[in-house]
Design a protein around this ligand. Structure first.
Ligand code: ATP
Ligand code: MG
Length: 451
């Protein structure tokens, strides 16, 4: 993409309404525009990041054997009356009525709808286990929408639902989601710590939230500092391996890590004092096992091997995809702006032309642009007639991990400069070597399934 043809409405002033750094940077970098309280447009660069996040979430769900689909944003109130949640959900639910006076709502979550789909099509245990998910916009009329897309009213969420014959099977689905979520966050360059949590209006027995530690986080958390040392890393995972999934869950939950709602001061004091931490975190996901809470009232039943009709065991599992954009920025930025992890960056590198209009420099930039593109990477070429300082500031603000600086002086010695946004370190190298270097940096170690 050439910057002269792009739509990147960066702001010079710091927007006064934004209280936290991710919100400020998303506005300044021209990623989002507020349309109403807690409702945002995603401008081209913000949209690119959102799509990358969505793609990674998809890939990790597919890897775990979960099936993507798409349910509508608008739901019928009747379904929610069956589960008795229509009244119970309260003012967070956006309710509406169609021209035939039928009650509709903008879905805040999809337990009822997915249960309805299941009961219409599945009647035997032979079709289990089954996990369906979608990534779709949700609406919750939050009392205090704030911090940009961090707490929106409209937000983009991955929500998945497992259907199993027994509690035991459903707990494997729970563990499988647990592991797939850890993988997802690690791929995004984020550390999200699983913490025992409270189930809230979804209901249920078992639940963990995944929290990214940040001072600006809205959740209060308490944990043993040793928990921050555990990583999934590159280990091989077989999602059908019941014992492996279980042992990973046990490994990650053996140490104390709780949200405020489940915190126990008495248990906390058992941790050596120097390892006790009380801090704040951003909730980027949550998983639930809730047994037959929905399948019983909604009659989602199957025949088991003995021919008996039994309600299925279910769980639901959510990742806040739009919130992740903000969480990544909270975790990765500096004074100058965003620092995108390679996995989610909207462009793989920025090309800065120090002397727009100079024949040799323009030609070198064009060649680089072409060669990098041929490698399957997407550069953002700052081809505007602007001061070098302004160009650097833009690339730094929007957080591209790699910058290639091309100027007449370097070209005289047949070199350009490659700079890492994260470390600030630069190296000079011949422009012909750049595509190869970038390809190595972005080389994916594994192939990803597609939705
Ligand atoms: P919170 O406690 O932050 O209100 P929740 O527990 O009500 O969230 P869940 O039902 O667990 O939310 O939804 C799954 C995920 O969706 C959350 O972990 C979070 O990342 C994201 N999410 C929930 N509410 C919002 C919101 N208002 N704006 C953006 N993301 C949200
Ligand atoms: Mg939650």
């Amino acid at each position: 993409m050439r910057l002269s043809r792009y739509f990147l409405p960066v702001l010079k002033e710091i927007p006064s309404e934004a209280q936290i750094v991710s919100h400020r940077l998303m506005l300044r970098a021209g990623m989002i525009k507020q349309q109403a309280a807690g409702i945002y447009s995603w401008l081209p660069m913000g949209f690119k990041v959102l799509r990358r996040l969505e793609q990674i979430v998809h890939e990790e769900q597919l890897r775990a054997g979960h099936l993507p689909m798409l349910m509508p944003t608008i739901q019928s109130a009747d379904l929610w009356r069956e589960s008795n949640r229509y009244e119970a959900y309260g003012p967070e639910m956006l309710r509406m009525r169609d021209r035939h006076d039928r009650d509709l709502l903008y879905g805040p979550t999809n337990e009822e709808m997915i249960t309805d789909i299941f009961r219409a099509h599945v009647s035997t245990y032979k079709e289990l286990p089954l996990t369906l998910y979608h990534i779709q916009w949700k609406f919750r009329d939050e009392i205090r929408p704030r911090f940009g897309v961090m707490r929106g009213r409209e937000f983009f969420m991955k929500d998945g639902y497992n259907f199993d014959l027994s509690k035991e099977d459903a707990l494997h689905a729970y563990n499988r989601h647990f592991v797939s979520y850890l993988r997802t966050y690690e791929r995004l360059g984020l550390q999200a710590i699983p913490m025992r949590a409270d189930s809230g209006p979804i209901g249920g027995e078992d639940t963990h939230e995944f929290l990214v530690l940040a001072e600006t986080g809205e959740s209060k958390v308490h944990y043993d500092s040793k928990v921050t040392e555990i990583r999934l890393g590159e280990r091989e995972i077989n999602y059908d391996d019941v014992d492996q999934c279980k042992s990973i869950l046990e490994e990650f939950t053996a140490l104390y890590a709780r949200t405020e709602e489940t915190h126990s001061e008495a248990e906390f004091t058992h941790i050596p004092v120097e390892r006790r931490r009380s801090a704040r975190g951003i909730e980027v996901g949550q998983i639930f096992y809730f047994g037959t809470k929905y399948s019983e009232p909604m009659r989602a039943v199957v025949q088991n091997a003995e021919g008996q009709t039994v309600p299925v065991h279910m769980g639901s599992h959510g990742i806040g995809v739009s919130r992740l954009a903000a969480a990544v920025i909270e975790a990765s930025h500096d004074e100058a702006g965003i620092i995108w992890p390679e996995a989610v960056t909207p462009f793989h590198c920025g090309i800065v032309n120090l002397k727009q209009g100079d024949k040799t420099t323009d030609a070198a930039c064009e060649t680089l642009y072409e060669k990098i593109t041929q490698c399957g990477l997407e550069p953002l070429y700052d081809d505007r007639v602007e001061r070098a300082g302004a160009k650097f500031a833009t690339i730094d603000l929007i957080g591209l991990p790699w910058r290639i600086t091309v100027g007449p002086r370097g070209l005289k010695n047949s070199v350009v400069e490659l700079t890492s946004r994260r470390t600030g370190k630069s190296e000079e190298c011949p422009p012909e070597m750049i595509p190869d270097k970038l390809t190595k940096i972005y080389k994916r170690t594994d192939d990803h399934p597609s939705a």
